[in-house]
Design a protein. Structure first.
Length: 153
């Protein structure tokens, strides 16, 4: 199973201790253009990932190719809704997108303690919904799945 998650923190404890074991993922893919070119951040992130999980730092343009080589045991991380939409627009087949964390910033509306969205975020999510992507609003896999439509749109 390939699981897609938006979390502006990217590689951190909830991903390593919660999602990777829950999904039994053998591959962790960080799909973000800036991260893919930042060797220092990559080296730091690699320290947190278990040895039995392969980590990949890829640009959004390379995501489709990397997913084909990883098989189905994969967790894909996006930093924001824009990156997730770009992947979706590029042909990445995404049934569900987990919205794990989007920090508050001026101009954003706080929807849940862990999710604040801008108008641009809402538009990106609307476009993905038009492509039949459903949304899962959980920080960790043990949380109750929240219905997203009335909160996001």
């Amino acid at each position: 199973m390939t699981w897609f998650r938006v979390d502006n923190r990217l590689v951190h404890g909830q991903v390593i201790e919660g999602w990777l074991p829950h999904l039994a993922a053998k591959h962790l893919v960080v799909a973000n253009d800036a991260f893919a070119s930042d060797l220092l951040r990559q080296q730091i992130a690699e320290l947190a990932v278990p040895e039995d999980v392969d980590i990949h730092f890829v640009t959004l343009d390379d995501l489709v190719r990397v997913l084909e080589s990883c098989g189905s045991s994969c967790l894909v991380l996006f930093e924001d809704c824009r990156d997730a939409r770009r992947a979706c627009d590029a042909g990445v087949a995404m049934e569900t997108l987990n919205i794990g964390n989007l920090h508050y910033a001026p101009g954003k509306t706080q929807l849940l303690p862990h999710i604040a969205v801008s108008e641009e975020d809402r538009e990106d999510l609307r476009r993905m919904k038009e492509r039949s992507v459903s949304f899962d609003l959980r920080r960790v896999p043990t949380e109750h799945v929240r219905a997203a439509d009335e909160q996001l749109f």
